[in-house]
Design a protein around this ligand. Structure first.
Ligand SMILES: [Cu+2]
Length: 460
């Protein structure tokens, strides 16, 4: 549902940067854990260098402590329970209570110490994807370090050398651990907070799972045939809207840790790709886009000025990625008269329901009307409600909500956009004019051309 969600601030939840007890100061940094799946308010720094924090879509940023000039974080790799969308939960693996793990935000030049505790039933390691680090801190189990055994804690120490958008994920039994949701975003802010400033800065990861309808745990041997396409382990309508103030400069940073590419498309605005895996794109090298493809393992930062108020769709353009599970084995029944067939099958299977005779949209309306039975813990294939009816979407879809006059740090869902009177596409009731057939014309070369014949003879 697209209803308003409760919005918890980190401060309200009792978490603040550097909120570490004296006892913990003596030993490892405190373990800070979160289990809510909604978007948390940006975590403004209360120690260390200043920066403009990001907002993690359906996620949060990990507080740290300063220890003699070193920023210390504590990640805990562990099994988690993640709500994918209302009506479906999954048993995943993640960090500090969530999949994805919390976003780590640091500043260019920061000296870092990251403790990683392994509470998984198998070995793990953490690779700081995209970052220039000393080789022994690169987190490739077996190659650059011994694996972190279950129950053990390792420490990684390096300096944040380059500003940009990064990710972290295991480099040990990677296929299993990434299929289970072990990943997180990493932002290195520029040393100068006035470098490429924006008003709102969002970040999320593209991820995918293969969870059989009726079950709770992803299948970890799946190579390509995933059935749940998610942003930060949430599927529409579970993905929060990106709420922005009209005329704000907006940055959205997206990392792809699925096994396929995703053409990400924004309605109503042109954006520029301003950041890639390798760093910021110089202004003269940027070009305008409305869709940008994000390949496997890549990060992209896009920027635009949100000058058009409204509810703007923002989604992956592969149609099967804006659907939830069950979308695979359904045959095309467009135009098939199912009437008699339905009666016959109905005698055998009393719950059988015809689907897709006039397209698939009827299914979301029917599912809604009849409360169509689905296997336990399974999301409808296409769902979500807008002010004008079913949205017919699932998976990698949400809405950028542009509104005038929002306060700074107000990311609450403002509800449906109130369209100015007369500005919404609507039905007309005129009779249809007769169809005018267009005569094919033949060019001098004898090739048939389907252009309208000129009214008079043309000399040349
Ligand atoms: Cu996609």
């Amino acid at each position: 549902m697209m209803n308003r969600r409760n919005f918890l601030s980190l401060a309200g939840a009792g978490i603040a940067a550097s909120a570490v007890s004296k006892v913990a100061m003596a030993a490892l940094p405190e373990i800070i854990s979160a289990d809510a799946a909604n978007t948390q308010a940006p975590l403004h720094p209360s120690s260390g260098r200043p920066y403009n924090p990001v907002v993690t879509l359906n996620g949060w940023s990990l507080p740290w402590r300063m220890n003699n000039g070193v920023k210390e974080f504590h990640l805990v790799a562990e099994p988690v329970l993640r709500e994918i969308a209302p009506g479906m939960k999954a048993h995943l693996w993640g960090y500090n209570g969530q999949s994805p793990g919390p976003t780590i935000e640091v500043v260019e030049g920061d000296k870092l110490r990251i403790f990683v505790t392994n509470r998984l039933p198998e070995i793990t390691s953490v690779h700081w994807h995209g970052q220039p680090v000393p080789n022994g801190m690169d987190g490739v189990s077996g190659l650059t370090q011994p694996p972190i055994q279950p129950g053990k804690t390792f420490v990684y120490e390096f300096e944040a050398k380059r500003a940009g958008t990064f990710m972290y994920h295991p480099h040990a039994d990677e296929m299993t651990q990434m299929a289970m949701g072990m990943m997180g975003s990493w932002i290195t802010h520029p040393k100068n907070p006035k470098f490429m400033p924006v008003d709102r800065d969002f970040v999320f990861l593209l991820n995918a799972y293969d969870v059989d309808p009726g079950s709770y745990t992803p299948k970890v041997n799946t190579m390509l045939e995933f059935n749940l396409w998610t942003w930060n382990s949430r599927a529409f309508p579970g993905i929060d809207p990106l709420v922005v103030r009209q005329n704000d400069k907006v940055r959205i940073r997206i990392g792809n840790l699925t096994m396929t590419n995703h053409p990400i498309h924004l309605h109503g605005h042109e954006f520029q790709v301003t950041g890639t895996d390798g760093g910021w794109v110089t202004p003269t090298a940027r070009w305008p886009e409305v869709t940008t493809d994000i390949a496997v393992g890549q990060m992209r930062a896009i920027e635009f000025v949100a000058n058009e108020p409204g509810d703007w769709a923002f989604h992956c353009h592969k149609s099967h990625h804006t659907m939830n599970a069950m979308g695979h084995q359904v045959p095309t029944l467009l135009g098939v008269k199912q009437g008699d067939l339905v009666k016959k099958i109905g005698n055998l299977l009393p719950d059988y329901m015809a689907m897709g005779e006039t397209g698939m949209s009827e299914m979301s309306e029917m599912a809604d009307m009849m409360d169509m039975p689905l296997p336990e813990n399974t999301l409808p294939m296409m769902t979500g409600k807008g002010q004008y009816g079913a949205i017919d979407m699932g998976g990698m879809f949400t809405v950028v909500k542009v509104r005038a006059g929002l306060a700074r740090d107000d990311y609450k869902d403002p509800g449906a956009y109130l369209h100015p009177k007369g500005s919404v596409a609507h039905e007309v009731e005129n009779d249809l004019p007769p169809v005018q057939r267009q005569e094919p014309s033949t060019s001098e070369s004898g090739i048939e051309m389907s252009v309208r014949k000129p009214m008079g003879h043309m000399e040349h």
